[in-house]
Design a protein around this ligand. Structure first.
Ligand code: PHB
Length: 390
């Protein structure tokens, strides 16, 4: 009798615990600029994260998943840090995610470390970000990773003679990484960099810089600008007639984002860039993704910012499945390390040592397809390329 009572009590406690547990959602605090100069990043990222949940449901390992989206405005690191703190302390989030720009990821890193909460960087790209906290895991890209292949292509390709170049980069972390790696790779292969120009990070006016490039007359201008600024560069490149001067515009794919290609004019055609994602990537996984993304977002074309967030959600969902519903931050982090899957961009893996993304980097040319739409068409690839660092 007594024994039975004990078992019944234990069962009742277990049931209560299970109920209490089920009532407690698994929370993802997603911080991204939804307003301000980098709002286009947030628009893509939120669309990517929401699409993932729409396709995979909001219950994982028996636990309800709640996505808490916070707009940090994109320019004030202190704001991002405060939001991360509030998400951890008040909302008790299990994971932090998003981070549209490098300084914002840097600012939140200590919060992730203190709270022992995984911080999934889905957008920012400075190489050193993953070193700012052992809890950071990245699903975007790094600038050294996306830059080295285009610098090598500039020297190795047989079609366009590029002996001299000028670099133009946004004057902060990812731009500095891109500049260093471009100069190093291009120079090692016998090219000459005539000048390295840096533009202000926020609201830059490229006209004076491009006039300088016109005067220098390099064979190529290499550009890195963060997502959202490419249209302005292209417009001013065209206005100054730099192409007619024989200057080839090359860069990382940030300049020719997929979602902006429809509104960019034909001046984008022929531009060669290297990047980890193109909406025209030729795989079934990507075709389905691009279609579903457009359907869920008024026809918007998916870009690398959308894919970074989509994959970030996949990483979190799979880690929760693997580590179980009661997993601590450390257990989730351990589950994330070494994970690999087929992304819309191609095969990807989280390096278990660095927690950084390993992925294909494609060389692409902006082309008009038969249906009249402009896309970055991939024609070469560096497979499963790790961040080479700076
Ligand atoms: C960054 O701030 O790290 C960043 C932002 C936008 C990009 C690339 C890098 O397109």
């Amino acid at each position: 009798m007594r024994k039975f009572a004990k078992i019944a009590l234990a069962a009742a406690c277990f049931a209560t615990a299970a109920v209490a547990h089920a009532a407690e959602p698994f929370k993802i605090g997603f911080i991204i600029p939804m307003t301000g100069p980098f709002a286009s990043t947030g628009k893509q990222a939120v669309a990517g994260a929401k699409l993932y949940m729409q396709q995979h449901g909001d219950e994982v390992a028996g636990r309800k998943v709640e996505l808490i989206i916070k707009d940090d405005g994109g320019v004030q690191p202190e704001t991002t840090k405060r939001i991360a703190q509030e998400l951890v302390v008040q909302d008790k989030v299990n994971v932090l995610a998003g981070f549209g720009l490098t300084p914002l990821a840097f600012a939140a890193a200590p919060i992730a470390t203190q709270a022992k909460v995984p911080m999934v960087v889905t957008a920012a790209g400075t190489s050193s970000i993953v070193q700012k906290s052992p809890y950071i895991v990245r699903t975007s890209m790094t600038l050294p990773q996306t830059t080295a292949p285009i610098a090598a292509w500039a020297r190795d390709n047989k079609d366009v003679k590029i002996d001299t170049a000028v670099t133009l980069v946004a004057d902060y972390g990812p731009g500095h990484d891109a500049e260093k790696v471009f100069v190093k790779t291009f120079t090692e292969k016998g090219g000459k960099v005539l000048e390295s120009i840096r533009s202000p990070m926020a609201n830059p006016d490229f006209s004076a810089f491009l006039q300088r490039v016109r005067d220098l007359k390099p064979d190529a201008l290499f550009v890195f600008v963060p997502s959202g600024q490419g249209t302005a560069v292209l417009k001013q490149f065209k206005e100054r007639n730099l192409a007619a001067e024989g200057i080839n515009l090359i860069g990382t794919g940030d300049m020719v984002e997929d979602d902006l290609m429809p509104s960019m004019g034909d001046e984008v055609l022929g531009i060669i860039t290297s990047h980890h994602y193109s909406a025209a990537h030729d795989s079934e996984t990507n075709k389905e993704f691009v279609k579903a993304f457009a359907e869920a977002n008024d026809g918007m074309r998916a870009s690398f910012m959308g894919v970074g967030a989509y994959d970030g959600m996949h990483l979190i969902y799979e880690a929760l499945k693997k580590a179980g519903p009661d997993a601590t931050g450390d257990e989730l982090l351990a589950a994330m390390k070494g994970m690999e899957w087929e992304s819309p961009r191609g095969p990807i893996r989280i390096d278990p040592e660095t927690r950084d993304i390993v992925q294909n980097i494609y060389i692409r040319e902006a082309k008009k397809l038969d249906n009249g739409e402009r896309y970055n068409v991939e024609f070469d690839v560096v497979e499963m390329f790790k961040d080479p660092g700076v």
